[in-house]
Design a protein around this ligand. Structure first.
Ligand code: CP
Length: 307
């Protein structure tokens, strides 16, 4: 039985297979419409979500399966003190596979150790968000036709933004990928990513504060929201929240084929006027999230695929 806690749980070959499967699902979704007719997905969300929970549920429904779950800790027996280990043992009796989001880093891993069904980390605290990474990789590959030879700018809250941590870990496995890490001093990338992932793998990277300085060199600009829920005090959040605002004027500095990604939700960091720019890819990215989660469910459930 396989779980997915981090993108590194998948080899590059496995990851490519999932992306290929997702691309095939995009081309011919009907071919996959009944492969999970007898399967159930549980979504155990101890923290708010729109995209991840609903795209997992849409993915399972698109495969013919059923979904059950809860969307907040308050509406589950966690509010009475039940542990994630006990919860997953119980849910293993109701479902074939589970996606779990939790504010505590490592909670889905604890669940996976007690589980009789595959557990997918749907975001744990400021740590990892591997299915957002699969979504991001599929989006980049679909837009640029490759995952190597790219200069990627990651902008905003690089300290608490778990999607950034997972994406860097996945992309360092591709050749000639360079990063420009754009953040205020207080929201710089955690040292374990800088030292253990970037430096250890001899990856070219720069850390800068000004978006305008970085933007002309980029093939992808990955914007992120300042993660309000991870700040210890409101004052710091208010000071940081509008540090970056991507608008049409800044986009004039960018290449014609520099695509803009964002895991969403967006707050103020991308002006609405940017949405109509052909390089704005963040709503396309949402659709890719459904295809890639369909591919992941099929893979973890080891469903036999049609030819
Ligand atoms: N991208 C993402 O994780 O969005 P949600 O928090 O809405 O699931």
């Amino acid at each position: 039985m396989r779980h997915l806690m981090s993108p590194l749980d998948l080899s590059t070959e496995e990851l490519e297979k999932i992306l290929d499967l997702a691309s095939d699902i995009e081309k011919d979704p009907k071919k996959y419409a009944h492969l999970c007719d007898d399967k159930r997905l549980a979504t155990l969300f101890y923290e708010p979500s729109t995209r991840t929970r609903l795209s997992f549920e849409a993915a399972m429904m698109n495969l013919g399966g059923k979904v059950l779950g809860f969307s907040s800790a308050d509406s589950s027996s966690a509010s009475k003190g039940e542990s994630v280990a006990d919860t997953i043992r119980v849910v293993s009796c109701y479902a074939d596979i589970c996606a779990m989001r939790h504010p505590k880093e490592g909670a889905p891993l604890v669940a996976s150790l007690a589980s009789n069904i595959p557990v997918i980390n749907a975001g744990d605290g400021g740590h990892q968000h591997p299915t957002q990474t699969l979504t991001d990789l599929l989006t980049i590959r679909s837009l640029h036709g490759r995952l190597d030879n790219l200069t990627i700018g990651l902008c905003g809250d690089l300290k608490f933004g778990r999607t950034v941590h997972s994406l860097i870990e996945a992309l360092v496995r591709y050749k000639n990928v360079r990063f420009i890490l754009i953040s205020p001093e207080e929201l710089r990338i955690p040292s374990y990513i800088r030292e253990d992932v970037l430096k250890r793998n001899n990856i070219e990277f720069q850390e800068v504060e000004r978006l305008e300085e970085a933007i002309p060199a980029l093939d992808i600009l990955y914007m992120t929201r300042v993660q309000k829920e991870r700040f210890f005090n409101e004052e710091d959040y208010v000071r940081m929240k509008d540090f970056y605002i991507l608008d049409k004027a800044k986009l004039e500095l960018a290449k014609e084929d520099m695509y803009i990604l964002h895991p969403l939700p967006r707050v103020n960091e991308i002006a609405v006027e940017v949405d109509s720019d052909p390089r704005a890819a963040y709503f396309k990215q949402v659709q890719y999230g459904v295809y890639v989660r369909m591919a992941l469910i099929l893979t973890l459930l080891e469903v036999e695929l049609p030819c």
